[in-house]
Design a protein around this ligand. Structure first.
Ligand code: NAD
Ligand code: ZN
Length: 243
């Protein structure tokens, strides 16, 4: 399977990647679903819904604090690095559902963040932007960081009940429609519209390569080459096989 996937990528003029929380697990960041997933501990309706933040921002910051601290400790792993390598072979962009910034820190040139980023904060009252880096003291003490206007700050991530950023979504569609091959890494493919992008790519004639510990809904529906295993092992092997 590995060599067939490598051949498909070699033959492709243009490649797009779609990544999910699974690509960052080996960097020490917990996914939402599956083994060790955050949703076992934090009910998304209570901690990551826009209405939950309206009602009780302090409660939501328990989850945001954990995510912020975990992310700041993490480093890109060999799977992130392999996606940088693939730029030599025609990778034009990485569409990610992750909010950890590890693709950018790993050196990927074109990253589309569908669900925003933990690196920026936004005032819930006035919309003013702040850098997470500047507010780490308050965050680590378990306080809600507060804007100069007095409003509570929130991470600039897409919460349940919110729309995806329009420009990112448009760019993600563009990348999915124009590629000859899409590499899908570490996503449970349960969150829409991100989970629909491999179908968009497939309809536009793309080959789909999927890397995951276990099969997903994509595997039997759209995936041409399924590489079962850890992203941090499979992705460098794939990139080396291309040459
Ligand atoms: P998910 O948590 O729903 O699914 C993770 C998937 O990765 C599962 O299919 C699992 O089998 C697979 N996986 C786990 N470890 C792996 C490994 N080492 N190698 C390969 N695959 C592995 O994640 P999702 O599909 O991205 O969807 C959910 C949401 O989670 C997104 O909205 C995203 O914003 C958010 N999230 C992001 C981060 C992050 O930024 N790192 C972390 C947790 C959740
Ligand atoms: Zn404000």
């Amino acid at each position: 399977m590995m060599s067939e996937a490598a051949r498909a990528l070699k033959d492709a003029g243009s490649i797009t990647a779609l990544t999910g929380a699974g690509i960052s697990v080996e960097s020490g960041i917990a996914p939402f679903r599956g083994k060790g997933g955050l949703w076992d501990e934090f009910d998304p309706e209570e901690y990551a819904h826009i209405r939950a933040f309206e009602k009780d921002p302090k409660k939501c910051w328990k989850l945001f604090k954990l995510q912020t601290e975990e992310t700041r400790r993490a480093q890109p792993n060999p799977a992130h690095e392999a996606l940088v390598d693939l730029e030599k072979h025609g990778l034009e962009g990485v569409i990610t559902q992750n909010v950890d910034g590890l693709h950018q820190r790993g050196g990927s040139r074109e990253v589309v963040e569908l669900h925003g980023t933990l690196e920026q904060l936004e005032c819930f009252e006035c919309g003013h932007d702040h850098r997470t880096e500047d507010r780490l003291d308050e965050i680590s003490e378990g306080e809600i960081p507060i804007c100069e206007c007095g409003g509570p700050l929130r991470p600039r991530v897409v919460l349940f009940g919110e729309q995806l950023p329009f420009a990112a979504l448009r760019k993600a569609h563009e990348l999915s429609q124009m590629c000859d091959a899409m590499v899908v890494v570490g996503t449970s493919a349960q969150v829409y519209p991100a989970a629909a992008l491999p179908y968009t790519a497939k309809r536009s004639g793309s080959v789909i390569i999927e890397v995951n510990l276990q099969p997903t809904a994509l595997t039997s529906n759209v995936t041409d080459h399924f590489l079962q295993g850890e992203a941090g092992k499979m992705m460098p092997t794939l990139s080396q096989e291309i040459g």
